[in-house]
Design a protein around this ligand. Structure first.
Ligand code: ZN
Length: 81
């Protein structure tokens, strides 16, 4: 599935990637050689891979980088039925 660059994130985070900067780093996966960033402007999650970066859904971010969402996990465990 391909997305147009103009359709992902916002002008803030796209501009950061274009200038060689990065959104805010949230987590790093040594195993997958990827990093998770979040845009402080639009809240998009970005995954930096070996050759390129792309936005990912929040569910995918939580699944791939559970350590970046401790509050989320705690809330889930504490809010049992
Ligand atoms: Zn953004």
């Amino acid at each position: 599935m391909e997305e147009n660059w103009e359709d992902v994130g916002c002008s803030i985070c796209r501009g950061q990637w274009e200038r060689g900067e990065r959104p805010r780093l949230m987590a790093e996966s040594l195993y997958m050689h990827t990093r998770l960033y979040v845009c402080t402007g639009c809240g998009s999650y970005w995954e930096e891979r070996e050759r390129y970066a792309c936005t990912i859904q929040s569910e995918e971010a939580r699944r791939s980088y559970p350590e970046a969402f401790p509050a989320f996990d705690k809330a889930k465990q504490g809010a049992g039925p």
